[in-house]
Design a protein around this ligand. Structure first.
Ligand SMILES: Nc1ncnc2c1ncn2[C@@H]1O[C@H](COP(=O)(O)OP(=O)(O)OP(=O)(O)O)[C@@H](O)[C@H]1O
Ligand SMILES: [Mg+2]
Length: 203
């Protein structure tokens, strides 16, 4: 799957895809950008897509790293947009977005509220495409670390695609992700460094 601009879908279909992204947690700032005339991925993002596209429908674990502000979140959102635009949510499940902190906090709030219905973690486990943004190097507790490890393991085992975004360097990544998870990236997944400087203030 490629997230490049669609020329074949109607404005209504594109607006609907953007709405579905927003309802499922993708940041409004990025989603609204897709609605603007002339929006396109930058050359650095398109280059990264060449490495990401073969994995996106394969249930892979994809890690995208890069310096702050160089377009990682926007790139991941463009995959969610393409996911909804092309109707992949019907056979495969929704595309969902969480920052790691947001997911852990939402899970704690769910425990605190009596654990009714599907937990945020259940939703993150079962969706077709999970974008987990802003990986943190040191988890607050071993419990949090285990939750994330279990989530990534189970999604990998079930062949559900996960995109992890991080501006941690190699050492930070090793702290954030356990060795077995890093092994899974090398087994059919992808570790991609998005090139380029921050787009903030220039985009
Ligand atoms: N293709 C694009 N065209 C125009 N603006 C873009 C594009 N990609 C990203 N931007 C803008 O550049 C800014 C930074 O992008 P984004 O938030 O995706 O970076 P990031 O790598 O996720 O940053 P961080 O590491 O801080 O999370 C945002 O304002 C975003 O809307
Ligand atoms: Mg980001």
């Amino acid at each position: 799957m490629t997230p490049t601009r669609s020329t074949t879908h109607s404005p209504e279909a594109r607006a609907s895809a953007v709405r579905q992204c927003m309802v499922n947690g993708f940041p409004r700032r990025q989603c609204e950008a897709f609605m603007r005339d002339g929006f396109d991925l930058r050359p650095n993002q398109k280059h990264a897509c060449e490495h990401i596209n073969p994995h996106i429908l394969e249930g892979s674990l994809i890690v995208i790293t890069g310096v702050e502000g160089n377009g990682k979140t926007a790139l991941a959102c463009s995959y969610a947009y393409a996911w909804y635009l092309r109707g992949y949510s019907l056979p495969r499940g929704k595309a969902l977005y969480f920052t790691m902190t947001q997911l852990l906090n939402a899970q704690k709030a769910w425990y605190g509220a009596g654990s009714k219905g599907d937990s945020p973690l259940d939703k993150a486990l079962e969706c077709g495409l999970l974008v987990l943004d802003e990986l943190i190097a040191s988890h607050e507790s071993p419990h949090d670390r285990n939750l994330i490890r279990d989530l990534l393991n189970r999604r990998y085992a079930d062949k559900r695609t996960t995109i992890l975004l991080s501006n941690l360097g190699d050492e930070g990544l090793k702290k954030a992700l356990d060795r077995p998870i890093l092994d899974r990236i090398s087994d059919g997944g992808a570790l991609i460094e998005l090139q380029g400087k921050s787009l903030r203030g220039v985009a």
